[in-house]
Design a protein around this ligand. Structure first.
Ligand code: ASP
Ligand code: MG
Length: 402
């Protein structure tokens, strides 16, 4: 029997009515003749709420307890959904990550999957039952582990691969992947399909869904993803291998990210090893550096700017200041009012002129570019945060994505 994995995000199962709707949809899929493995997230904003509770009782909650707490959210959702499935005549069994066979490392709050042994799910499927698995969880040496925020997408992709499902459906509160954020650009279009490579660049550049780690797994294992709505149930966006017979769009989407900040150091002595030392210190403190720009050196000194997630800014600034004192750089400044706007498109690699048109469009709109970075299929510019909306709209129009 063909098998599909259906994953439902928090908003899709936020209350009893939504859970009943999801159960109806799973029942429809079953009656159409597909076997289904369901993965659920915690209801609504429950994960945020559990993390808030933890921080109220302890300044530094132990990782093991944190994982025990957070995974309770998904566990509750699995049992409720199974009850709703029984009520519509679909025999279903709930499984924790551990019961479903997710063996992870013991890196609490952000565990990695080491091995997947979904024997009990196979058995349930063989008996014609529908397994409902708690997302984002596993077990390490008898301890419950959490795969990290957004980890339910990864659970779903891993199961689709291990059980050889024909596809992995990620149900959410938007109807797919769009050519730009529809809240900023009313003319944004839902994409029918997008390649793994493009999707990865998009998630790395600010597109919030699907979770980046799950797209990486999907690409590695060749699992086709279908991102779609649990509210309208209409067909959404396929994320899959690019079709070599189809002409690739030069630009497929404009994405933006307002979650980063910038650190600039001036008067940096231009000697081998100086930059290496800074970025080693930052890495050792888990500061996730994104774009890096170093100026041409003038009289033996240079400037270095880099971007980082705004939540890492305090640590990043302190680390950079320590290093600046050590190497004799003159000043460290920070800027939290930046935004990144990126164009992504698989056809970019074989078409010149995208950079020129991007910069011209921004210039025509009086938008100054502060930093630039590129990959083979992406161009990103750092601009003032107050101008990002205009930048996204102008680029979306200039590349006729509407
Ligand atoms: N509920 C968890 C979170 O919000 C896991 C998930 O939804 O993927 O991060
Ligand atoms: Mg969630």
């Amino acid at each position: 029997m063909p098998l599909v994995v259906q994953k439902f995000g928090g908003t899709s199962v936020a209350d009893p009515e939504r859970i009943r709707e999801v159960a109806d949809h799973v029942a429809r899929t079953r009656r159409r003749g597909d076997a289904v493995v369901v993965v659920v997230s915690a209801m609504g904003k429950e994960t945020d709420e559990l993390i808030r509770l933890a921080n109220e009782v302890s300044p530094q909650p132990p990782g093991r307890e944190m994982d025990m707490l957070i995974t309770a959210g998904e566990r509750k959702a699995t049992a409720l959904l199974c009850m709703a499935l029984h009520a519509v005549g679909i025999p279903a069994d709930s499984f924790t990550g551990s019961q479903a066979g997710f063996i992870t490392d013991s890196n609490h709050t952000n565990a990695k999957i080491l091995e997947l042994r979904p024997d009990r799910l196979r058995q349930a499927l063989a008996e014609g039952r529908t397994p409902v698995v708690g997302g984002a969880q596993g077990v390490s040496e008898g301890n419950v582990t959490f795969l990290g925020r957004g980890g339910s997408d990864t659970t779903a992709v891993a199961l689709a691969h291990a059980l050889d499902a024909h596809s992995c459906e990620l149900y959410t509160d938007v109807s797919g992947v769009f050519t730009a954020d529809p809240r900023l650009v009313p003319a944004a279009q839902r994409m029918q399909s997008v390649s793994f490579e493009e999707m990865l660049e998009m998630t790395a550049s600010g597109c919030p869904k699907p979770a980046m780690r799950s797209v990486e797994f999907a690409r590695t294992w060749g699992v086709r993803l279908h991102v779609r709505s649990a509210f309208t149930w209409e067909p959404g966006t396929w994320v899959q291998e690019e079709d070599p017979s189809m002409e690739q769009a030069i630009v497929s989407a404009v994405v933006h990210d307002t979650s980063e900040a910038k650190v600039t150091v001036s008067g940096v002595p231009d000697r081998p090893g100086i930059a290496a030392r800074l970025f080693r210190l930052l890495a050792d403190r888990d500061v996730n550096v994104d774009m890096i720009v170093q100026n041409v050196s003038d009289h033996g000194v240079t400037d270095i700017s880099f971007t980082l997630p705004r939540e890492h800014l305090a640590t990043g600034e302190a680390t950079t200041a320590e290093w600046a004192a050590e190497v004799g750089a003159t000043a460290v400044t920070t800027d939290a009012a930046i935004a990144r706007v990126s164009l992504v498109g698989a056809g970019m690699k074989s078409n010149p002129g995208v950079a020129a048109q991007t910069f011209e469009t921004l210039a025509d709109n009086g938008i100054n570019i502060e930093m630039i970075s590129t990959s083979a299929i992406r161009i990103s510019c750092i601009v003032r945060q107050g101008q990002v909306e205009q930048a996204v709209q102008a680029l979306h129009a200039a590349f006729a994505l509407g």
